[in-house]
Design a protein around this ligand. Structure first.
Ligand code: SIN
Length: 282
């Protein structure tokens, strides 16, 4: 779709586009904002290179899309802008990281509408790419009998699955974990989610936070979840981004999942903001 205010170049027909002609040190006018939002809906992931912005300017950009989420319960934050999460790893093999496929914060009742990641420090010697997978394309590629089977199913998403051990081993240990579990109880979301803006359907399960599919026996619920995750992880539905410092990438968290590779040996640091979403529905 042509855009009047920006240049949008698709990365492949399934997912991803690069946007040129934006300078986020300045506020976007209405026409440009509308084009960026449309590009996000059309391509699910937008890469906006060369953005020399501060955390405050990243927040200004995020707030055009809606209210931003409160600070992340586990990750570090920028002290002056606590809504800006710091995702950081020193390159050591045992540091916890996001190298399992996930959709951000699906353990919340209303998972984020979008996430916005800005590259601060990139590993010397390369590595640390991020991959995104569409969740709509694999849903459409499932055979009709499987689509029919999962159509009305729900799944349980749980904060504890991914963060439990990490929080227990960290500052505050069991007290913090107990408080987090009370604040963030397991949530039920549809397995097939209807996109609230485009109406397109997609899968809404991921390996990091989806605990099981509801209403099935132990073996069935685990195998069906694994089958859906594995199906959606096929490279056919993906794009991969090799970061350059100051790249900003925004993704539609309602229709994608992502994974950060941990194949690097020095410092990597990103600033992430998540924009509040709505309650997923089928
Ligand atoms: C994330 O998982 O939200 C961040 C991905 C990355 O650091 O590349």
């Amino acid at each position: 779709m042509p855009h009047a205010n920006i240049d949008v170049r698709p990365i492949n027909p399934t997912i991803g586009a690069v946007i040129e002609g934006l300078d986020l040190t300045r506020e976007m006018d209405e026409g440009t904002y509308a084009d960026v939002r449309q590009a996000l809906l059309d391509h699910l992931v937008i890469v906006i290179p060369e953005q020399h912005i501060t955390p405050a300017q990243q927040l200004t950009f995020a707030r055009r899309f809606g209210e931003v989420e409160p600070p992340h319960p586990v990750f570090g934050r920028v002290p002056e802008q606590p809504e800006v999460t710091v995702i950081e790893q020193d390159g050591s093999a045992d540091a916890p990281y996001n190298d399992i496929w996930h959709t951000d914060v699906t353990f919340r009742e209303k998972p984020a509408m979008a996430s916005i990641l800005h590259a601060q420090v990139l590993p010397v010697g390369g590595g640390g790419d991020t991959l995104w997978s569409s969740l709509q394309a694999p849903y459409e590629a499932l055979s009709p009998k499987i689509r029919e089977l999962i159509e009305d199913m729900t799944a349980t998403h749980d904060y504890y699955m991914s963060f439990g051990e990490m929080v227990l081993a960290g500052p505050g240990g069991i007290e913090k974990l107990a408080a987090d579990i009370i604040d963030l109880p397991p949530q039920t979301h549809p397995v097939v989610r209807t996109h609230p803006e485009t109406g397109r359907k997609g899968l809404f399960v991921n390996r990091t936070f989806t605990k099981h599919i509801n209403g099935l026996g132990y073996v069935e619920r685990d195998y069906l979840l694994r089958m859906l995750c594995e199906f959606a992880e096929h490279p056919n539905y993906q794009m991969r981004h090799t970061w350059t410092k100051h790249d900003l990438v925004m993704w539609d968290n309602r229709a994608t999942m992502h994974i950060a590779t941990s194949n690097f040996i020095s410092h990597r640091k990103m600033h992430r903001i998540t924009v509040l979403g709505d309650q997923p529905y089928h």
